[in-house]
Design a protein around this ligand. Structure first.
Ligand code: AMP
Ligand code: GLY
Length: 424
């Protein structure tokens, strides 16, 4: 079967790497791809916002499966256009992608389905939002409703800061995403991510991971898309995973289907492990980046078969086989990220011992045949080990062998789990 993968980040490089390993994969195309993805796929220029052009490409190249990497094309309804044209697609419909595209939609769904999450109020004007603050305690959790590239959440320590943030949000700091704002109760606990595949009815767990969102060591500095991750996240024990499936994932899938918006694809739950049990922070309608890199490292099943089963409603009875080993990825970013990254910096991977790690390309380009940085997050250096400590040591040994003078990385990816491993 011929497959088209949409996207150009580290997540998509990991997906391309795994899709290409499948015996079911004949030709793999990626749009737009990147130099790492080009080792696995034929990269083509296709505008994912031009649904007609994507459909025409699928017809011309007899594409049997489209895999949508990032959220924007999902929220834009590309899956609906492809399905209407008879092309199987891994990724939810526009209506189902509201689970990521609208924080208020998800909170209302949780309320209807009795899913544990933070108490909340949806507001649609500055006056309404300011009045609503009175019913919350600091710190105040304020969320622009729509897609805001991971920057739409502000945790304000004081009432004055909360009011200022609300004024920014309603003042257009997040564009259309801030037309509505959700105010939430602050939840205490450790965060972890859980992934599940679904075809709208059947649900198959896809394991756990823990991300590192802040740019600096010790979880300091501004939020980013993610500076590193590892999987599994032992803090999400099998008992807790069973609760997440029963109390959060299953009622979500059931309610979406019952309300006429069946969800097909991967459901990525951001969780807070509170004293009262796991609670949903948010959903994403796609794999995480860089969580996908560590999940794909551990995946032993045929990714094409799994994705096709989601796309065609035949997931029942399928399982995701994952290695018991730990995968850990360190993101190397260009200096300036998450602000304006330095572009064009030289990258030399020659010093890395072959086979020791898998280096996924996130934001790279070729300039006169040489690899250079071309984005905020540039590489995801990914290693496997018997423990987080071991995977971390292997990943950093490779990081240290990479010459990327205009780049930087966190030095403590996996720190929570390394501390727990060293305590026993
Ligand atoms: P989100 O984009 O919804 O995942 O939020 C970004 C980050 O804000 C999360 O990863 C949490 O660290 C934090 N956060 C979001 N909602 C809450 C909440 N209700 N209580 C505590 N922290 C939160
Ligand atoms: N790494 C977090 C995300 O992909 O949303």
């Amino acid at each position: 079967m011929n497959i088209l993968l949409l996207g150009s980040g580290g997540r998509e490089h990991a997906l391309a790497w795994k899709l290409a390993q499948s015996p079911a994969c004949d030709r793999l195309y990626a749009a737009p791809g990147n130099p790492g993805i080009a080792e696995e796929a034929e990269c083509v220029a296709l505008d994912a916002t031009d649904h007609g052009a994507v459909i025409a490409f699928c017809r011309e190249h007899t594409i049997g499966l489209v895999v949508v990497g990032p959220e924007a094309p999902l929220v834009d309804g590309l899956s609906d256009s492809l399905r209407a044209a008879g092309v199987p697609v891994f990724g939810p419909s526009q209506a189902a992608a509201q689970l990521e595209g609208s924080k208020g939609f998800t909170k209302d769904l949780c309320a209807r389905a009795g899913i544990p999450t933070a108490g909340y109020v949806r507001t649609s004007s500055l006056e309404e939002a300011r009045a609503a603050l009175a019913s919350f305690q600091p710190p105040y959790v304020l969320k622009a409703d729509g897609l805001a590239a991971g920057k739409g959440v502000v945790i304000a320590a004081t009432l004055a800061e909360a009011e200022e943030t609300l004024a920014d949000m309603f003042g257009g700091a997040f564009g259309g995403a801030g037309a509505q704002v959700v105010i939430e109760e602050f939840m205490e606990g450790e965060e972890a991510s859980f992934f599940a595949l679904t075809d709208g009815t059947a649900i198959v767990p896809f394991g756990s991971a823990q991300d590192h969102k802040r740019v600096g060591d010790g979880d300091t500095g501004p939020n980013t898309g993610g500076m590193g991750a590892y999987s599994p996240a032992p803090v999400l024990t099998s008992e807790l995973q069973a609760r997440v499936m029963a109390e959060i994932i299953a009622p979500t899938v059931r309610t979406m289907r019952a309300e006429g918006n069946p969800y097909q694809g991967v459901l990525f739950a951001g969780l807070m492990l509170t004293a009262d049990g796991p609670k949903l922070i948010e959903y994403n309608a796609r794999f995480g980046d860089p969580e996908c890199q560590v999940l794909m490292m551990r995946l032993e099943s045929d990714l094409v078969a799994l994705m096709l089963a989601c796309a065609t409603g035949t997931l029942e009875g399928t399982e995701v086989a994952l290695s018991d080993a730990t995968a850990l990825t360190v993101v190397m970013a260009a200096k300036g990220y998450p602000g304006t990254p330095v572009k064009g910096g030289a990258i030399d991977l020659a010093g890395v011992e072959p086979g020791a790690v898998k280096i996924f390309h996130a934001g790279t380009a070729l300039a006169d045949g040489a690899l250079v940085a071309n984005g905020g997050r540039v590489l995801a250096v990914t290693a496997m080990g018997a423990s987080v400590t071991e995977a971390q040591a292997k990943a950093y040994a490779a990081v240290n062998a990479i010459r990327f003078p205009s780049g930087f990385c966190r030095r403590d990816i996996g720190w929570r789990e390394v501390a727990r491993e060293q305590a026993v």
